[in-house]
Design a protein around this ligand. Structure first.
Ligand SMILES: NC(=O)c1ccc[n+]([C@@H]2O[C@H](COP(=O)([O-])OP(=O)(O)OC[C@H]3O[C@@H](n4cnc5c(N)ncnc54)[C@H](O)[C@@H]3O)[C@@H](O)[C@H]2O)c1
Length: 253
């Protein structure tokens, strides 16, 4: 068990990548606190973890609300691992990104991660250490069509990762990020259904083939990298971003 008796927070742990990370961390011995907006989805994950003898608790909240996040984290007590995973998508260029769209994406993807850091980092500093993992995206590393505000938000997550890694190195807090290409989760199904109605299958296949490896990742594949980076096996790793992308960034030519 690589995370025996560790206390972990996973934001957005009710679905997709966050769900796989929550389940993997619980299997490895962590007590997983899931912060998610979606009560039903989060409760299902907690139940699936409990059924297998693992430990998890759901806290229904929006990461965008600092006061609520502070209260939840306060109640949790000690925190060894923070995974900033909650995120939302937006498809569009600068001309079809309204002010409302812009604010919504930044509220969750950027401010949400900041809120969790703001609540958790002081605890880790006082405790004598901890591990932080931010879920960024390859959308921040290369130019992708119609991902204007989403790419910007993930660029901020990259910068946040470096800043926290630098400032808290001396407090034994490691901070890294993972940048997935397409992962088959409700997030992808949702934005295909919303933005390409009637063309769902064609778009799914196009998105799958945009990874040179010829498919999307499974959430469990991201969870394995998350486990490595949050475990003591990665004790020498901080201030880095890890693309997990089926060759998307370096082999797409
Ligand atoms: N799926 C992909 O292809 C892909 C690729 C790169 C990066 N990512 C990133 O990975 C992360 C997870 O994506 P996913 O595909 O698993 O998404 P998902 O939609 O399947 O799950 C996201 C979870 O976050 C929760 N959530 C959303 N807004 C929230 C808020 N304000 N407060 C608390 N919880 C909230 C949702 O309820 C949901 O349970 C996101 O940050 C996303 O940007 C996904």
């Amino acid at each position: 068990m690589k995370l025996k008796d560790k206390i972990a927070i996973v934001t957005g742990g009710g679905s997709g990548i966050g769900k796989a990370i929550s389940q993997t961390f619980a299997e490895e011995g962590a007590f997983v606190h899931i912060l998610d907006l979606n009560e039903k989805a989060g409760a299902n994950v907690v139940e699936s973890i409990s059924r297998k003898g693992g430990k998890a608790q759901l806290h229904v909240c929006s990461v965008a609300n600092q006061k609520v996040v502070m209260n939840v984290v306060d109640r949790i007590g000690r925190v060894d691992i923070l995974v900033n995973n909650a995120g939302i998508a937006h498809v569009g260029n600068v001309e079809n990104c309204s002010e409302e769209d812009f604010n919504k994406v930044f509220e969750v993807n950027v401010k949400g991660a900041y809120n969790a850091l703001y609540a958790v980092v002081p605890k880790m500093r006082i405790q004598g250490g901890g591990v932080i993992l931010n879920i960024a995206s390859i959308a921040a590393l290369v130019g992708i069509s119609d991902r204007f505000v989403y790419s910007m938000s993930k660029g901020a997550v990259h910068a946040m990762t470096m800043s926290v890694a630098r400032d808290y190195l001396k407090y034994n807090i490691r901070c890294n990020s993972i940048s997935p290409a397409r992962v088959h989760t409700p997030f992808v199904d949702g934005f295909i259904a919303k933005n390409y109605p009637g063309k769902e299958e064609e778009m799914f296949e196009r998105l799958a083939q945009s990874q040179p490896i010829g498919r999307m990742a499974q959430p469990e594949e991201i969870a394995k990298l998350a486990l490595f980076l949050c475990s003591d096996d990665a004790a020498f790793i901080t201030g880095n971003d890890y693309p997990i992308d089926g060759g998307f960034v370096k082999l797409n030519n």
